[in-house]
Ligand binder design. Structure first.
Ligand code: FAD
Ligand code: EGU
Length: 465
């Protein structure tokens, strides 16, 4: 009889201690694997200045399910701020709330740094997990399996493992090794927009705007979004083409710009503070990355942004990365931790879904910048709600399926296309019945001398001027 190999002498190296890497360390350590996590930066729990991407994030159902699986949901949710609705700010300063759904359907604004810290600390509670900070992966020999890390003092560390999990973000060093592999597909697209984060301070010791909302200023090519923080500030993210960012070079131009497009926000920022904040950091780029497969052989797999960086216009990047971790965990259960089956299965299941959310996010980016101003945004969301109300089992808004369910992303796209067909048919039928009905009425009850009446109508219309 063959002896089963226990998981506790299988060594997994997690590359990257960001959100997805830290969560994965929890998942693997919980099963009893020997986990070595390698992160190029210093321990974020000790860092004095935390630099990096967005300050807060929208956490929704998929991300919460993953946190729940490692027993972290309550801890993170308790420090999140529920957002039950969007608040649309029109250019005139009018604010209109649009709920995300029923009472229990809300998303959470969570602090990225805190989430990262909590996940690292949770991983460290397992005796079989070891965290290595200031270890940057610089070389990886696939044949021998040896990985080389560069330490802060310039020294290097060489090590091997049974499975390498690349969670090292959009510019993944692990993925670089995949690029030399035959039949590996890769594409990346930078969008013309950049983003900049600005802070709205508290007002009289309280939130300066309604806290339990995702605030949105939709202005076609320009867009601003604000999420609340526990310290009663809001982090605003301004999205704008790089060329427009470059046009603004002085403090006065900053104020002019905000006066023109986001006038209601100036008193919230404070004019002087805004001028300073704007020049604190240059605008950051956004990239969309797609690749396949996500694994090589039985020894390496990519997850999170390393496998699929998406533009942030669905608030799903982290949520999708967290869902990668659940899917892999489910496969380990299903196939008894046999990497030779789990890895190809992970690629087979996950590539279509991650590519679908990348497409949806890009589609929404194009749609928003093309013609989404505040009126259109309100109109579309109300139309969605009305259609859903009339046919609750047939028409479900796209964002609802994405945000509040674990329906596979690629199935959501299919279902959405089907729904659009139903809506278009419905509209077509309404149009046809209107024409047929009115023609019938006109024939049955012909109005007397319609031409004269039309003439009068015309003259009346002209006289209005
Ligand atoms: P990262 O968070 O990038 O972590 C990668 C880690 O790997 C880093 O710590 C890095 O230091 C480390 N690393 C890199 N190279 C090496 C190396 N060679 N060796 C060792 N370590 C290495 N998602 C949401 O779900 N909701 C949102 O509301 C949301 N808003 C967003 C807003 C903006 C403006 C942006 C840009 C993104 C947003 N996202 C959002 C997406 C989210 O930020 C990412 O999907 C998420 O951070 C991915 O996590 P990750 O762990 O895969 O990668
Ligand atoms: C962008 C940057 C509103 C955080 C997409 C909605 C986002 C977030 C939306 C960022 C929008 C856009 C949805 C959520 C969320 C909306 C969503 C986008 C969080 C379709 C910190 N988007 N985001 N859609 O419906 O499904 O409210 O930086 F403006 S949460 Cl672009 Cl639900």
């Amino acid at each position: 009889m063959e002896r089963e190999v226990g998981v506790n002498n299988v060594k997994i190296a997690v590359i990257g201690g960001g959100l997805v890497g830290a969560l994965n360390a929890c998942f693997f350590a919980k099963r009893g694997f020997q986990v070595e996590l390698y992160e190029s930066r210093e321990d974020i729990r000790r860092a004095t200045v935390v630099k990096g991407r967005s300050i807060n994030l929208a956490l929704s159902h998929r991300g919460r399910q993953a946190l729940k699986a490692v027993g972290m949901e309550d801890k993170i949710v308790s420090k999140g701020i529920p957002m039950h609705a969007r608040m649309i700010h029109s250019p005139s300063g009018k604010r209109s709330p649009i709920p995300y759904g029923k009472k229990g359907q809300y998303i959470l604004s969570v602090d990225r740094a805190n989430l990262n810290k909590e996940l690292l600390s949770a991983a460290e509670t397992y005796p079989s997990a070891k965290m290595n900070f200031e270890h940057k992966l610089i070389d990886w020999n696939l044949e021998s399996g040896s990985m080389t890390f560069l330490r802060k003092d310039g020294s290097t560390k060489v090590t091997t493992c049974d499975l390498t999990v690349g969670c090292d973000g959009a510019f993944s060093a692990v993925r670089k090794r995949f690029m030399r592999q035959s039949r590996f597909n890769y594409s990346q697209t930078y969008i013309p927009h950049g983003y900049m984060e600005l802070t709205i301070p508290p007002k009289h010791g309280d939130f300066a705007m309604e806290p339990n909302f995702l605030h949105i200023w939709p202005r076609n090519t320009f867009m601003m979004i604000a999420l609340p923080n526990l310290d009663m500030t809001f982090t605003c993210t301004l999205f704008m083409p790089f060329e427009d960012f470059e046009k603004i070079t002085t403090g006065d131009e900053v104020l002019e710009f905000f006066q023109r497009y986001f006038p209601d926000s100036i008193p919230l920022f404070g004019g002087e503070a805004l001028k300073q904040d704007y020049f604190r950091l240059p605008a950051q780029a956004m990239v969309s990355v797609k690749c396949s497969p996500y694994h090589i052989g039985t020894t390496c797999v990519l997850m999170g942004d390393a496998a699929h960086a998406v533009v942030p216009f669905y608030g799903q990047g982290m949520n999708a990365g967290f869902e990668d971790c659940i899917v892999f965990d489910e496969l380990l259960d299903q196939y008894n931790c046999d990497f030779s089956i789990c890895l190809p299965e992970f690629t087979r299941l996950r590539v279509p879904d991650d590519h679908a959310i990348a497409d949806l996010a890009m589609y929404n980016y194009i749609e928003m910048r093309a013609h989404v101003n505040s009126k259109w945004f309100l109109f579309r969301k109300h139309l969605d709600m009305i259609l859903h109300y009339m046919m609750p089992n047939t028409i479900i808004p796209l964002y609802t399926m994405v945000t509040f369910t674990r329906t596979r992303y690629h199935e959501i796209v299919k279902r959405w296309q089907w729904q659009n067909k139903v809506i278009n048919r419905g509209l077509f039928l309404c149009g046809v019945s209107l024409v047929v009905g009115s023609t019938y009425l006109l024939i049955k009850h012909p109005p007397c001398t319609p031409s004269i009446q039309l003439d009068r109508l015309w003259n009346w219309a002209l006289s209005l001027k």
